[in-house]
Design a protein around this ligand. Structure first.
Ligand SMILES: *[C@@H]1O[C@H](CO)[C@@H](O)[C@H](O)[C@H]1NC(C)=O
Ligand SMILES: *[C@@H]1O[C@H](CO)[C@@H](O)[C@H](O)[C@H]1NC(C)=O
Ligand SMILES: *[C@@H]1O[C@H](CO)[C@@H](O)[C@H](O)[C@H]1NC(C)=O
Ligand SMILES: *[C@@H]1O[C@H](CO)[C@@H](O)[C@H](O)[C@H]1NC(C)=O
Ligand SMILES: *[C@@H]1O[C@H](CO)[C@@H](O)[C@H](O)[C@H]1NC(C)=O
Ligand SMILES: *[C@@H]1O[C@H](CO)[C@@H](O)[C@H](O)[C@H]1NC(C)=O
Ligand SMILES: *[C@@H]1O[C@H](CO)[C@@H](O)[C@H](O)[C@H]1NC(C)=O
Length: 922
């Protein structure tokens, strides 16, 4: 006996000294130091996490140290992950907890999603600043790491307080479904508990939390039957195997003295299929002729009434565990259940504990996850490589794009300018769904690998690296390849013949030793016999096009002016893609159409615009770029290539160009009603004022055009110079956005940094001005200014309009709107031709658009939606007969327009042999 006691004591000491179980990880998110808590659990801070911000909680009811800190993350569309090391093929309990504590002093209760790897785990909804929200999963680890990610913040700021990992030993939680489903905890209850405190570590060696049935929570164990009594014992309980409920839990129970036990509780995550077990041990002394027999009843589910329970018999003795349950049962969200004694039983039912988990279907995520984790392990220091989680789910990592398959594949890798060194990682050549690969602007060395593992590749950007070796002929086999950028590397040898025959944009300039194989087709020889640099190529292109123009001019005489260019093949060679499928006019033609530039209709920062009329009567606007305009030539080729790709009903149609005698000329459709600016406060204003509904329609049209640039084109296009003089009105007063001279191709996912900030004073996004980081949100800012112009009829910048100390419409409108004075900013010439609700709607959205930080501004799609809502308010008003006849007719007209579909085609490349579609004005 003494020996046993001593042994027990030694074991106990040993446990104290050696702390907790192996396989325990307790992360104190936002913490600074390691510490051991009162339970003997060792907590570590999450210092290795590079994202997010640590915060301290000042006042909460919680004084456990791990709840005095948290880590919160930006409110954006990314995911933020913790990655934990685990032993594969081992079961773990993963627990995350969240105590808001108003850490951000905003009293906005956060709502966001949490996922385990690619599997959506739960939506965390904080409804009380002082209550710890807990989520628990039981998972069978399938790889050496698991990640827990926060994403999709819908309100407030996403955050996390603790993250715990508890390794299981045996197989209580084994299920037939465990490779397809996790178990998500809904209830784990210790019945008959004397206090409200849960039982957990060290009583439960796996640190499960057995919640007390005395705990007062909403919809937790209510409708308790009369005659329910708590009982307990000090006798040891034989729980025989390790993951059964701990002895302390089994030593207490409830008994239904009057024959029944009833309970009702809400099951988080249900309805659904679940795993539900009850735990019984006979802890009362029954007389020789006393029996305890009872049955389960679940209202509405007669099928769940199993054979009656007789604990002593089932467990083969007293103080022994009996654990009947359902490994797969459908359960409702509100669960009511009862245990009723059978008629031949002398004692009422008894219940010690129960546990209910929901089956949560595992999403194994992207097929490319393994390749990506091996890729990121090559760059342990890089931020982008530490994002963790599945590359595609629940949202893609910041540097990838995925398709929307159930098991998504990566379609784009965007690692431009990420300081990558070494060879191009071979993982990238195995991403079988890859369509775009952007590795430009790194320091990659070595050869270009074989990309035949990525048969769908369309765009390969390897420019501005230090790649060496030959351009592999395997690139020729990529059927869909249409963009190959290799410039400014140290590639050598001959370009593979086959590449030159493909319809593809190929730029290989700036590679000193790379040359073009001499045995090409005739065209190629003529043109690129001694090619080295892009400039030479462009020169050649221009010479060639001029020749073609001249020749065309001859055939043109009785022909349609917009005849497509011949020889697409040839064009595909030119780096810079300056001239793909664009119409080239001669200076002669243009002089004829404009009667030698007779009628000047406008001028802008980049040149003068003249009126013209083509042979077929089509009216045109001819923009002659100022020769010495800033970077004129570059802007020109930029604009030409861009314009030829953009077709939308709300964008001014581009018809062609001319580059002759040092003149750079662009030809657009003619817009009869001039610029929006003229209608708001130009000379036209004396004649008539445009009504509020008309202004809304103009805003809607322009917003659609800009939205198309932002979302309809890949990569997205940022306008950069939106203003009321760049919104043009056609015959029917429908608006189109013009002037893409400043637009730049924006690489999705990365922000464009320009060397010079350009735009127009009064419309210029202050954030862009300061940071020089151009994003779509810079256009949103400018558009917000336009909305304010539409409301107020005042110019964006004025020395007189806004009173002392205020020169711009943003400040002025903001002061009025913030003080609730909307009337003060409404254009007086609108009289009362508006519904104040619709003006409010637009004004509020405009204020959102001109927020100082881009991240706070809405997207164009959101702005568009608001404008459309304002329009329906106005139409409702008109139908109610309040509008005057003029506005009714304008809305009828616009109804015709909205009936037609947007022509939304961004076609960067036209099929080689097909006739070229002519982008006509619509
Ligand atoms: C949180 O509190 C700790 C200790 O009091 C302090 O060192 C740390 O700077 C605080 N962190 C923040 C974000 O305020
Ligand atoms: C984000 O959360 C909202 C509301 O909780 C939900 O409607 C939406 O589907 C979620 N989005 C994603 C991508 O999960
Ligand atoms: C238990 O049942 C008896 C008789 O059926 C009844 O008199 C008594 O009030 C019940 N006790 C409670 C607490 O309801
Ligand atoms: C885990 O399992 C091993 C072997 O079955 C056993 O010796 C050990 O005691 C178990 N640990 C716990 C905490 O139950
Ligand atoms: C549970 O049973 C249902 C119906 O019998 C079945 O469809 C389902 O796959 C089973 N397993 C899980 C984990 O839901
Ligand atoms: C148990 O049985 C004995 C004899 O059979 C009887 O006298 C006694 O009343 C019974 N006790 C109970 C509680 O039924
Ligand atoms: C690029 O990498 C080198 C070496 O790995 C490092 O010294 C340098 O700071 C990095 N530069 C940037 C901008 O990350």
């Amino acid at each position: 006996m003494e020996m046993i006691l001593l042994l027990f004591f030694l074991l106990f000491l040993h446990r104290e000294a050696n702390a907790q179980m192996p396989g325990f990880v307790s992360i104190d998110c936002g913490g600074t130091d390691k510490f051991r808590d009162d339970l003997g659990l060792d907590w570590i801070p999450d210092n290795q996490v590079i994202y997010g911000v640590k915060a301290n909680l000042s006042v909460t009811n919680e004084n456990r140290k791990q709840y005095t800190t948290l880590r919160y993350f930006p409110v954006d569309s990314r995911k933020y992950c913790y990655t934990l090391n685990v032993k594969p093929r081992t079961r773990y309990l993963v627990r995350a907890s969240f105590l808001y504590g108003n850490f951000d002093n905003s009293n906005v209760y956060p709502k966001f999603d949490i996922s385990l790897g690619a599997t959506h785990w739960s939506t965390i909804v904080i409804s009380d600043a002082d209550t710890v929200e807990i989520r628990e999963l039981i998972v069978l680890a399938s790889s050496p790491t698991i990640s827990v990610c926060l994403s999709n913040a819908t309100t407030g700021v996403p955050f996390i307080s603790t993250l715990e990992l508890r390794q299981f030993n045996g197989s209580v939680y084994y299920t037939d479904f465990e490779t397809r489903f996790y178990l998500s905890l809904a209830a784990r209850i210790n019945f008959g508990s004397e206090s409200e405190d849960p039982v957990r570590y060290p009583d439960d060696p796996f640190d499960r939390i057995w919640e007390s049935d005395s705990l007062k929570k909403a919809n937790y164990l209510v409708d308790v039957a009369a005659g329910t009594e708590k009982v307990s014992t000090k006798m040891p309980i034989d729980v025989n195997r390790d993951e059964r409920p701990p002895e302390k839990v089994m030593q207490t129970a409830v008994v239904g003295r009057n024959g029944t036990l009833t309970y009702r509780l809400n099951l988080d995550g249900f309805p659904g299929f679940g795993w539900a077990f009850s735990y019984f041990a006979e802890i009362e002394d029954l007389g020789p002729n006393e029996t305890r027999k009872f049955k389960l009843q679940v209202p509405g589910m007669p099928e769940y009434v199993k054979a009656s329970v007789n604990i002593q018999e089932n467990a083969q003795g007293r103080y022994r565990l009996y654990e009947p349950g359902f490994p797969n049962i459908t359960l409702p969200f509100v669960l009511s259940f009862a245990f009723m004694k059978t008629t031949d039983s002398s004692m009422g039912p008894l219940l010690n504990a129960m546990e209910i988990n929901k089956y949560l279907q595992i999403n194994y995520g992207s097929q490319d996850a393994t390749l990506i984790s091996s890729l990121t392990s090559l760059y342990p220091e890089a931020d982008w490589a530490q994002e963790g989680g599945d590359p595609c789910l629940p949202v893609p990592s910041s540097w990838v794009q995925c398709n929307s398959d159930p098991q998504p594949m990566i379609v784009s890798i965007i690692l431009s300018g990420k300081n990558l060194t070494g060879n191009i990682p071979s993982e990238l050549t195995k991403l079988s769904g890859l369509v775009e690969l952007w590795l430009d602007g790194n320091s990659l060395t070595g050869p270009i690998p074989d990309f035949n593992g990525c048969p769908n590749l369309k765009k390969i950007h390897l420019e501005n690296n230090r790649l060496t070796g030959a351009v592999p002929s395997s690139l020729v086999d990529l059927q869909n390849l249409n963009e190959l950028y290799l410039q400014n590397n140290s590639l050598s040898g001959a370009l593979p013949q086959g590449l030159l025959k493909k319809n593809l944009i190929l730029n290989y300039s700036g590679n000193m030793d790379l040359h073009y194989a001499k045995s090409g087709t005739k065209h190629i020889k003529v043109l690129i016999g001694s090619v080295v640099g892009a400039s030479v190529l462009i020169m050649a292109a221009i010479v060639y096009l001029l020749i073609m123009c001249r020749r065309k001019n001859k055939d043109l005489k009785k022909d349609d002016a917009t005849k497509p260019l011949p020889s697409q093949k040839l064009i595909s060679f030119f780096s810079n893609a300056a001239v793909e499928s664009t119409h080239c006019f001669t200076l002669l033609e243009i002089e004829e159409w404009t009667t030698k530039f007779e009628k000047r209709i406008g001028s802008g920062g980049y040149g003068v615009v003249y009126y013209g009329k083509m042979k077929d009567g089509k009216e045109i606007a001819v923009k002659v770029l100022t020769n010495n305009s800033y970077q004129g030539k570059r802007e020109f080729s930029n604009e030409v290539s861009m314009l030829s790709r953009i077709h939308h009903r709300n964008l001014v149609a581009f018809l062609g160009y001319c580059q002759e005698e040092g003149k750079n000329i662009l030809v657009y459709e003619f817009m009869h009603n001039g610029t929006l600016k003229e209608h708001l406060y130009g000379p036209l204003i004396q004649e008539r004022t445009i009504s509020w509904i008309k202004r809304l329609e103009v805003a809607e049209d322009a917003a659609k055009g800009i939205e198309y640039l932002h979302t309809g084109c890949i990569p997205a296009i940022i306008h950069r110079d939106l203003k009321s003089s760049n919104i043009l009105l056609d015959k029917h007063m429908r608006a189109k956005v013009s002037d893409f001279g400043l637009s730049k191709l924006a690489v999705e996912g990365s922000t464009y940094v320009s060397s010079v900030v350009r735009g127009t004073v009064g419309y210029l996004d202050p954030e862009y001005y300061i940071s020089q980081q151009l994003t779509k949100k810079s256009d949103v800012y400018s558009f917000g200014v336009i909305l304010l112009e539409l409301i107020s009829g005042r110019e964006a910048i004025s020395n007189e309009s806004f009173g002392a100390n205020c020169r711009n419409v943003v400040q002025w409108a903001k002061a009025h709107i913030e003080s609730g004075d909307i009337q003060g900013i409404i254009d007086p010439s609108l009289h009362n031709g508006f519904d104040i609700q619709s003006v409010w709607k637009v004004a509020e959205k405009a204020m959102m658009c001109v927020q100082p930080y881009g991240s706070l501004r809405p997207s164009m799609s959101e702005v568009l939606k608001e404008i459309q809502e304002a329009i329906s308010i106005e139409r409702g008003r008109e139908l109610a007969g309040e509008g005057n006849s003029a506005t009714i007719s304008s809305s009828e007209q616009s109804l015709n327009h909205t009936g037609s579909q947007d022509f939304c085609a961004c076609e960067p490349f036209l099929p080689l042999d097909d006739p070229i579609a002519v982008p006509t004005a619509r």
